[in-house]
Write a protein that binds this ligand. Sequence first.
Ligand code: OFO
Length: 168
Amino acid sequence: MLSPKMEKALNDQINAEMFSAYLYLAMVAYFQDKNLSGFANWMTVQNQEESFHAMKFFRYVAERGGRVTLGAIDKPQFEWESPLAAMEAAQQHEAYITGRINDLMNLAIKEKDHASANFLNWFVAEQVEEEDSVNEVVQKLRMVGSNGGGLFMMDRDMATRVFTPPVE
Ligand code: OFO
């Protein structure tokens, strides 16, 4: 059985993951509008990963006999001054999510909730990957700078990303 504190924190995380999905969907729309279909594809995969994260928390709360409660999802930003600015916003968002996962882990340890700590380990590892993949894109974009040809090549590359449900 989950403690009320843990149940609330996990429910808040479902909302945070849904917000991540929503934010990345706003970025899909932004990149589509800029005719960067490869970047839009990359963000579509990101959106699918976030929905997967939300459902993973959702199933876990239910599995532990908790009650899933869903709150309103905030309106995301949907305009950025450049593709780099959008990707930097995604980078900052992932760092924020990593902080939230760490806070959840600290709570699980404090509550001596070993099952939740074990469950959260998956997300600790996942955040390393999440941060790494977005950092790579940001670094490449910085190298490309204002070179239109470089951006075009990168867009072609970003078009190849596909969603593979992560191993649980
Ligand atoms: Fe992008 O990791 Fe979930 O939110």
